[in-house]
Write a protein that binds this ligand. Structure first.
Ligand SMILES: C[S@@+](CC[C@H](N)C(=O)[O-])C[C@H]1O[C@@H](n2cnc3c(N)ncnc32)[C@H](O)[C@@H]1O
Length: 153
C-alpha cells in the first residue's frame, strides 16, 4: 500500500505517529511525497494533480481522501480494504495539499474516502489514515486492538 501525498513532512509528532503505524502495518505502507504546487489556488491544484497522477503506479487502485467521499465506520473500512487488497493492484491513498484535490484526481479515483465532515490539516491526515488502516487490518485478522461499541454501551 502507498500514501501519495502533497508536501514534505518535517520531523515532528505527525511523522512519528505515521512511522509508528507504518512499522506495524501489513501489508507495508509506503509514503510517496509530491512537491507542493505554486501560483494561484487553481494553478496549485492543477500542478499538484499532475504530480499526484504521475506518481501513481500503473494499475493503481486509487483511493482519494476527500471530505466529499464515503465515510465508513472502521468495521466497514476493514471490509472495503480487504476487497481493495484482494484485487492484486497497488492500493494508493491520495492526499491533497492545502488547496485540496483537483477534480481530475477525484475522477481518477476508484474510491473516495472521507474521514468525516471536518477538514483536517493534510499532514495530520497521513497518521490518521495510517491508524485507521492498521485498525482495519486488526479487525480483519480478529486482533483485539479494535473494541467494537461506543463508550457507555
Ligand atoms: C487541508 S485539506 C484541503 C482542504 C480543501 N480546502 C478542500 O476543501 O479539500 C488537505 C487534504 O487533506 C485531506 N483531508 C482533509 N480533511 C479530510 C477529511 N475530512 N476526509 C478526507 N480527507 C481529508 C484531503 O485529501 C485534502 O485534500
Amino acid at each position: 500500500m502507498r500514501i501519495i501525498a502533497i508536501g514534505r513532512m518535517k520531523d515532528g509528532p505527525e511523522r512519528q505517529l505515521l512511522r509508528r503505524y507504518q512499522e506495524r502495518l501489513q501489508p507495508r505502507l509506503e509514503l510517496v511525497e509530491v512537491p507542493e504546487g505554486r501560483g494561484a489556488p487553481a494553478e496549485i491544484k492543477r500542478r499538484e494533480a499532475k504530480g499526484l497522477l504521475d506518481a501513481l503506479p500503473s494499475q493503481a487502485f486509487v483511493v482519494a481522501l476527500d471530505g466529499g467521499g464515503e465515510a465508513p465506520d472502521s468495521t466497514m473500512l476493514a471490509k472495503r480494504l480487504d476487497a481493495w487488497l484482494t484485487q492484486g493492484r497497488p492500493v494508493c491513498f491520495v492526499i491533497g495539499g492545502a488547496e485540496g484535490l483537483d477534480a481530475s484526481v477525484v475522477a481518477r479515483a476508484d474510491a473516495v474516502l472521507s474521514l468525516g465532515a471536518m477538514t483536517w490539516p493534510h499532514m495530520m491526515v497521513r497518521p490518521m489514515l495510517a491508524e485507521q488502516l492498521y485498525r482495519a487490518r486488526m479487525i480483519s485478522t480478529g486482533h483485539p486492538y479494535h473494541r467494537a461499541g461506543r463508550p457507555g454501551d
